[in-house]
Structures are given as structure tokens and as C-alpha cells.
Ligand binder design. Sequence first.
Ligand code: ASP
Length: 585
Amino acid sequence: MMRTHRPGELRSGDDGTRVTVCGWVAHRRDHGGVVFLDLRDATGLLQVVVDPGVAGLEDVRRVRSEWVLRVSGVVRPRPAGTVNDSMPTGEIELGADSLEVLSESEPPPFPLDERADIDEVLRLRHRYLDLRREPMQRNLRVRAAVNAAVRAAMDAQGFCEIETPMLIASTPEGARDFVVPSRLHPGSFYALPQSPQLFKQLLMVGGFDRYYQIARCLRDEDLRADRQFEFMQLDLEMSFADQADVLAATSVAVLAAAEAVRPGDAPDAVAQITWREAMDRFGSDKPDLRFGMELIDLGEVFAATEFRAFQGAACVKGLCVSGHGESSRNVVDGLVERAKQLGAAGLVWMRVRDVDGVATLESPVVKFLSEPERLGIIDTLGAKVGDLVLLASGSWATTVSVLGQLRLDLGRPPVSEGGLHFVWVVDFPLFEGLGEGGRPSPAHHPFTMPHPDDFDLLDSDPLAVRSQAYDLVLNGWELGSGSVRIHRREVQQRIFALLGIDEDDQQRKFGFLLDAFRFGPPPHAGFAFGIDRLVAILAGEDNIREVIAFPKTQSGTDPLTNAPTPIDPTQLRELGLAMRATPKS
Ligand code: ASP
């Protein structure tokens, strides 16, 4: 056997044991006579001591960082006063009596020490070295534990794991497709799946009543900290099931994943809020419930106001920013500017100060407010001396979204703080606005069932139609979405028509789904949540690249393999393709 133990697993109970371990040299300290090596593998670090005069260990003086060694010797307690409590192996050391160099290493291009702050492109170019670092080792193991827990939870609930193809015809999820040219059918293209959406619906028609898959999804969108071209999601679908069934099954999986890697931190259940209430109270359809600072309605306080800015406004709301009352004028002006950038006509701010023992509003506009209005603001917002009060008015949608963003700017805790606050957001609108030609555009995807009470509004007031769509949110991050699906051909055709997809297009793009729906489609519903985002939050990372083994940079390149790269003229010819212009190198 190459090794008897893994270095990071040895403890004081192993004192006196003869072991052989393998690993990389993390640090080497040559104290003249004695040489100390920290040997690292996936399990952690072990201190190896090469005492002077031990025969056959002369090689140790050549050894450098990241060389790979096989060391044998006897485990012994560290001498008194040299115990290192911050290391799991800190009570012991290995007294080496034989040492073999398994491979040598050039000096690494960056230190692999956990504390080092290294340029990301350099890290990605040498990802294989970056992966040796403790945070990456930890994060990818968290990821593996999440995947395992999700699979176990789905299996235990009777879901069947089924893979769906990667080379397909387009499945619309609102993003741009990645396409793959066909060699055998020049001029034709496969699309890579934005999600397994249509296949999982076909699996329901195919009689698999509980499907899941940890699926790769590909979307050609601009990248961000929480978005990559390719990402993994737990994708699931259930027949003879409604919204409550999907929420329950998904909650089991997501809570099991959280419990597996953050034992004791996960709640027992996922909270639930309607879309309307989430927007109203938090100004966001992905409310971060780790902190309060809710948006409070001041409509009644200003019902008969003389203050011009608020007169006749559809909505007046306020936010109390606790402890920020003495923010500098610069900071406050910055907030007004930010509100304007976000679309507000303006932002009214007031400091709450102690005047003769009474909490009193101070601001250039206070003189325009009546006494009951001033008291109303303080009372309704629960404002205290030392707080900053922010008020916005205008349309409901703009007011809540502007204050919602300011709430996040001012109150959002770092990703690793504040616990785990899962929430289902339900009753989303079916359409999110009017797009081209005054046509409504789907808020989720076009296969989403309208709310049963709102069918009558489809033609008369489509934007007021609620859907049976729901999102899962964790700490203000959207983890995923799902919906009860339309399972009747005529309803699906009616929605397509409303979206402006004519019959030819329906047949061309979704003919296979509509055909399948001729043959007894069961009622069905499903969901998908992003594994990358879930793992990032559970690992306390605010960038999903930190939990992906080989991610792309923000500009979509891979510094390791240099993808994307031009392809050979021969390959182009085989595919029946020609470049129109010479690409920039
Ligand atoms: N296909 C959807 C998505 O990827 C999820 C679903 O509706 O099940 O977001």
C-alpha cells in the first residue's frame, strides 16, 4: 500500500504508531539541524520532523513547497510548549525515518496559504493548484455533501432520477440559447438545454409521476457573481400534484441539504409569503428575511397632506434606518442620488433627534408637514432618536422597488451572517409587463398555469392575472422557481396566442409538447433550484465561482483551457460553416 494513514486524520491516540503518509509540502522550515515539514493532503496538515543525523533523509534539504512526498515514521506527542491548538493534528508530529520524493514541483505561481488574497484570473489559470487550497477543498466538499443529501431526500420521497439530453431543440426559459451546429445536417443546429423543462413535462405524460435530476442548464446570459453560463439545478416534476405537494417535496430536499452541511442552522420548515406581500413589505420578490427594516405604508398619515411631493401619490412608504440618524450630509445626498437612479422622483429624508427629551424629526422639508403628520411618521415607523427616516412616493411598483433596494444597500448583512432564512414566494403575476406589440411577456415561462380564480381576467386585464408559480428564496437570493403547469392543450394554445406565438410558431417550436398533450397528459407541477447558489450561501461565499471546480470568468472565458477558442478551418468546413469576418484574436 502506498500509505497507511492520511496525514490530517492522525491524532494523539495514534502516539507510538508507525505510519506511512503521502502529501504535498505546504511549508518547510529548516532550523539548521532539525527540518520541519507541514505535509498536506485532502484531510489537512501534519507536522513532520526530520531530526538531525537520521540516515537516508538527506533528500529533505532539497525539498521545496508543493513537492510530493511519502514519509514513514512514528507518531509522537509534540514537545511541551509547542502544541498548536488551532490545528486538528496540533498535539502530535511525525518523527520521520524514511522519506521518498514522489514528484517535484516548480515554485507555485501564488502561495497556497488560506489567507492569501490572489488575483482570480491567476487562480483560475492554475485552478489545479487553487483547488489544493483549504477554502476550495472545503467548498467542493460542501457541494458534494449537498448533492448527496438532495439525492437521498429525493430518493426517499419516491422520486426517480432520469437524465435528459443535452443536444435538443430550444427550451425557452427567457434566455439566449447556446447552439451547436450539426455536421450531419448542415445548416441545422441543436440548442443546449436552458433547463430540462419540456422533457420533464414529457416524462409526466410518459407516466413517471415523480422525476428528479441534478441537471446541467446552459444559458447564454451576461455573467454575474451569482450567474454562470452553465449551472446545476435540482430539477423535479410531479404528476397528480399541486403547488402544496411541490413545495413540501422541495422543502424536504433543501432543508436536508442545509442540515447536512450546517447542522442545527436549518429551520424546520420553509416560510411562505405571497408575491404581493413580499413586494409590499420588502420591495423585492426575493426578500432577505435576515433583517427587519420593513417598508411601512404611510398612505393614511399623508391622506390629506398639503405637502406637494406626496399629494395625490398612489403610494407613500417609509423606511426607518436604525442608528443612521447622524449620517453625514454627503451620505444622505448619496442616498437621494441612488433613489433617483433607481427611478424615484425623489427621496425625502429626516433625522430623528432628541429635542427636550422628545423624539423630533429634523429635515429641510419638515416645515411643510403638519404636526399630526410628523407624529404619524414617528409612530408608524417606530422611529427612535438616532434613526434616519427615508420616505418615497409615486407608483406602487416604483416606490416599493426603490425603498427595497435602499433597504438592502443599508441593512444587508454579509453572506456568512444572519442564519438561514428560506421562504417560498407564491402567487406571482402570470405576466411581468407588456412587451413587443403590447403583448404580455411571461413572468415565469409559457407553460405556467394561471391562478384558478383569475382565468376570467386573461383577456380583459392580463397583467392582473396571478399564476400558480412560486420561487424559493434564501437570504435574499433566488434559489429557483417552479409552477403548476398547463396540462391541457387548449389552455396552452390560448396562452401561446396571448403571448403572440401564432399557430405555425406553436407547431414549429412546441409541436412535440402539444402533440404529447393529445394523449392523456396528467395534471403536473414542478420546480428547480440552483445547486451553485445554495452551496455558495451554505459555504458563506458571495460568489458562485468559489463553489464551482472549473468556472468561467465574469467575461465568460476559461483562463485554464483558454475557451472559447477559434476552431480549425477543416472543422468549420465539415460543419458547413464559414466565418463572415476574421474574429478578433
Ligand atoms: N424550468 C424552470 C427553470 O429552470 C423551473 C421549473 O419551472 O420547474 O427555472
